[in-house]
Write a protein that binds this ligand. Structure first.
Ligand code: PAF
Length: 282
């Protein structure tokens, strides 16, 4: 595995492989890699001639300075993991390499970015669009892999791809969970012992929400019941729980409003000061 530090080397490598007719799978990450990332990398390895994984904590998508400062950074362990997964190239650049000057682009991300994480984290999705568009332009992937834990992010990236006209396929990959149901996240290492003990309740109550739908509750009733149950647990506080159309991300008031992909329940919960996100399909 080659570790690439510069944009010029990344462009050169990608150009050479594409010219030679090889497919490129790109897995964009912010490092602190875990089994969820490994599932993306393994899938990319199966489906492409060449696999590139980027490891970059992108400052422009953090709307909270403390979140950026405390985001876990484990470069050596990440590189070792990627090497053992048979990755061809790990792109691990500095902030100056990616942003030699400020990126002032503002993407017209439309309705998919106007709900849930959009208003909660102003500027976040624009920052994601900035970095992912750069990575796509430089690494020319055939396919790019993203975890479904960040469910809304995938819709936003699809929109960016449409705006920029990138010719590639976005591959959403299922959430990987701990045995007790907690969705894997790089932020889980920041949970206290007490937080770690209650955090699996989030997934448990999301599963219960599927049963509530089956019992005939409306989306609003399911949202209220789930938020009530989570907030009743010591150490958990729901920021939002919204049932949306799984394609458009727009809230639905009746189950029949959900289109071809059905409905998704997207949740953000504070577990102490750690912000966890998860989702479930109906
Ligand atoms: O999902 C993430 O880890 C990040 O948002 C991404 C897609 C790597 C962009 O920085």
């Amino acid at each position: 595995m080659e570790i690439i530090r510069t944009v010029s080397r990344l462009r050169e490598v990608a150009e050479n492989h594409r010219t030679a007719g090889r497919s490129i799978g790109l897995v964009p990450t912010m490092g602190a890699l875990h089994a969820g990332h490994k599932s993306l990398v393994d899938r990319a390895r199966c489906e492409n001639d060449i696999v590139i994984v980027s490891v970059f904590v992108n400052p422009t998508q953090f709307n909270n300075a403390n979140d950026l400062a405390t985001y876990p950074r484990t470069e050596e362990a990440d590189a070792a993991m990627l090497e053992s997964c048979g990755v061809d190239y790990a792109f691990i650049p500095s902030v100056d390499e990616i942003y030699p000057e400020p990126d002032t682009r503002v993407f017209d991300l439309g309705p998919v970015a106007e709900v849930m994480e959009g208003p909660m984290r102003p500027g976040h999705f624009n920052g994601v669009a900035q970095i992912v568009s750069k990575l796509f332009a430089w690494s020319k992937p055939t396919k790019a892999y993203f975890g479904e834990k960040d469910f809304q992010q995938i819709a936003v990236i699809r929109r960016m791809v449409e705006l920029e006209g990138f010719d590639l396929e976005i591959i959403p990959c299922p959430i990987v969970r701990e045995a007790d149901g907690l969705a894997l996240s790089s932020r889980n290492v920041r949970l206290t012992a007490e937080g770690r003990a209650v955090a699996p309740k989030i997934h448990y109550l999301l599963q219960q929400s599927v049963d509530l739908k089956a019992q005939g509750l409306t989306p609003k009733q399911v949202e209220d019941a789930t938020i009530g149950a989570i907030d009743a647990i010591d150490g958990l506080r729901t920021e939002y729980f919204q049932i949306v159309d799984a394609k458009t991300m727009q809230p639905i008031s009746q189950w029949s409003q959900a289109g071809e992909l059905g409905a998704a329940g997207c949740i953000t919960v504070y577990c102490g000061d750690v912000r966890l996100i998860d989702n479930i399909r109906y």
